[in-house]
Design a protein around this ligand. Structure first.
Ligand code: NAD
Ligand code: ZN
Length: 342
């Protein structure tokens, strides 16, 4: 089969002909139709310090996908040939303390497809049936293929927060931030303020329902205006940029919540006393998607049709166009970039 492979421990990918994946009895084989390209894939492509520390080439890259089930292992009972599916890309142990207390998203034994084992930028992928998520008939494969990052946004926006009626600041309007804007708008936030340095992405945030779209230097005034000077109830930090992290704590109200998804590229300093403790701020660290409450929530929002992520997808490429796909992400001019495979 055709697959995009990280062949060696240096920058780049190669499109290769590789053997189809072999499948275990508890797994299904999926013909990949659409696959989302993510910042993580860019890190692996560039072979940065994180990728060097984590990944062991050769392996097939890609972790966001949807497709059709073409083979079913002998122990699988609830997935059938022809099913339209996507999948949770974090394969967890199911046995540890965290898995057994409903916290599989932080299972220490997690293996991520396209990072720790073969991924989905290929014609076929084998997945444990427990990770498979069925798509409603009216959900196109393209939307199925972006459930992973959309799930990050649902997890961030809706875990431990009360969004109906709330004032929300989203710092960072990459694809996940833009999804989060749409989710908060659909969930009944009274005001969603979206901040980014990039006008293309702010325009997408507005399209997805942001009431205010601002550059970081305008964010404070917008928040003061929208909250009578109080600060927002909830900040979704979705940039990982230190200046935005400080701004998140500065602009959340006393007693508010900061949901942290963005990953700073290196350790950063915070004035814990001033920025967090004396403000009585609650912080939630987001990893992946909650299994499987996030997936249930996401499916129900899509069913309600109050949330439609389609406008976030701005670029589509065949696997052969991987260099252009990586370039589109690095340029900052893209929302979500998707490979059209099968
Ligand atoms: P991204 O990295 O493209 O988005 C970041 C956005 O922040 C960009 O649009 C950028 O212009 C903007 N930005 C830069 N400086 C800013 C500032 N000072 N104020 C506001 N915005 C600013 O894309 P993404 O894929 O949406 O990912 C968002 C973040 O989430 C990244 O840090 C990524 O590594 C992280 N991430 C975390 C998880 C997790 O499980 N915790 C999963 C996926 C991604
Ligand atoms: Zn576990």
């Amino acid at each position: 089969m055709k697959a995009l492979v990280k062949t060696e421990a240096r920058a780049g990918f190669a499109l290769r002909d590789v053997p189809e994946p072999t499948m275990k009895d508890n797994e299904v084989l999926i013909r990949v139709k659409r696959a989302g390209v993510c910042g993580t894939d860019v890190h692996i492509h560039e072979w940065d310090a994180w990728a060097q520390g984590r990944c062991k080439p050769p392996f097939v890259v890609g972790h966001e996908f949807a497709g059709e089930v073409v083979q079913v292992g002998s122990l699988v009972t609830d997935v059938k040939l022809g099913d339209r599916v996507t999948a949770e890309g974090h394969i967890v142990c199911g046995r540890c303390h965290l898995c057994r207390t409903g916290n599989s998203h932080v299972c220490p034994n997690t293996r991520i497809i396209g990072v720790d084992r073969d991924g989905c930028f290929a014609e076929f992928i084998a997945m444990p049936a427990t990770n498979v998520w069925h798509l409603d008939d009216n959900i196109p494969y393209e939307i199925g293929g972006i459930h992973d990052p959309m799930g990050n946004a649902f997890h961030t926006a809706l875990t431990g927060t009360t969004i109906p009626g709330a004032t929300v600041l989203v710092t960072g309007c990459g694809p996940i931030g833009i999804f989060a804007v749409g989710i908060c708008a659909a969930a009944g936030a009274s005001r969603v303020i979206a901040s980014d340095v990039n006008p293309t992405r702010l325009a997408l945030a507005r399209q997805m329902g942001a009431h205010d779209t601002v550059t970081p230097d305008q964010a404070e005034a917008a928040v003061r205006r929208a909250t009578d000077g109080l600060g927002v109830d909830v900040v979704l930090e979705m940039s990982g940029v230190p200046a935005a992290v400080h701004q998140a704590f500065a602009l959340v109200r006393d007693g508010g919540r900061v949901q942290m998804l963005g990953i700073p590229s290196k350790p950063m300093e915070l004035d814990l006393a001033r920025e967090i403790i004396f403000k009585g701020v609650t912080i939630y660290g987001v990893v992946g998607r909650r299994m499987y409450d996030t997936w249930i929530q996401m499916t129900q929002f899509l069913r309600s049709r109050k949330f439609d992520p389609t406008p976030v997808i701005t670029h589509r490429f065949p696997l052969e166009g991987f260099a252009a796909a990586i370039h589109a992400i690095k340029s900052g001019e893209a929302g979500k970039v998707v490979f059209e495979i099968g």
